[in-house]
Design a protein around this ligand. Sequence first.
Ligand code: ARG
Length: 400
Amino acid sequence: MAEKGILAFSGGLDTSVVVRYLQEEHGLDVITVTVDVGQNESPETIETKAMDLGVKRHYHIDARTEFATDYVVQAIKANALYQNKYCLATALARPLIAEKVLEIAEKENVSALAHGCTGKGNDQVRFDLTLRSGSDLPIIAPIRDKNLDRTAELEYAQKHGIAIDTVAKKYSIDQNLWGRAIEGGTLEDPYSEPPDDAFVWVRTGDLPDKPTYINISFENGIPTDVDGLGMKGPRQIIEHLNTRAGAVGVGIVDHIEDRIVGLKSREVYETPAASCLIEAHSDLEKMVHTSYTNKFKRMVDTEWAHLVYSGLWQEPLRRCLDGFIDKSQEPVTGTVRLKLYKGNVRVVGRRSPNSLYDPKRSTYGAGSTFDQRLSTGFVELWGMQLTEANKLQEKRSTKT
Ligand code: ARG
């Protein structure tokens, strides 16, 4: 009996080539695993593709709710935006996919782990490091190891009887319920505007002339409802917001991204739900946290996003940061009101039982409970050192 190799399989060119490669060059029986995190592709179509390639067994795992609850919610709590822009959709999904592969690898008693990532991207790091954290089995990554480009892959596919879609794909897409990443094609010219046909979730023309208002409720940092509709959980909220915000043009992100391997890339994303949820969540935090927590958490958030982007989901520091992040979410309960208009999203209202904002104290009107006279002494002490330092500097410069 041949030994077995396991592969996270999408049905695309890369992973199809890897199936055949494992069979031909390594003599392995191949087990394929497709983890559904909201790619929106039919499980039957992918299974047929796997079977047509002669795999020994194919697994389909619906991990959409788990992805939303255990991965995306943590990213919301962390206001996670890599380089202030990218909501980490792909980056968050990879550790989950690799963990599912490991579970089945054990059950199937395989002797090799494989993936279809290139040596240029971030996903190789994310897959390798999650697989490594749970297994010592060899990792086979043929696209990377053989330095294959698209043309070489197409040639290999043709030579080995792999059926591939004849329509040349315009872009390289990776999508899940947290976002849709669009790369390649004309987007590789960083000065050229992404054509409308790159966008599937976000409407780019004929946007409504009336604004849309959305009220998002949070409990301990977790989104719990939208407009009092009685949402079942984070997954439903994300799916709902992707549709509603996307329909009014909200959620397009276009930026230059620093990849882990040192390359720069032009990345275009559609992230309507993420754009609304992170805007709303970070606004609510500012209302309930002290200025010190606000300032410190920004640093933690930035570091968290950097670790997750960089394939370091398993890094102990990430778990330490999660400890801080979770504790910080205790008062993050309330409702934020968003106004969406012609592709723009803006917070126009927020309220919380834990609000530190006191209108009676902050008001410029009559009857404020804040005694301004106390500020005179405060300002003097606050600036004591800088006043002294500047006086001394003045003395030194007049001497010379
Ligand atoms: N740059 C993003 C990341 O590294 C998205 C990559 C998406 N991949 C793709 N084939 N379009 O997380």
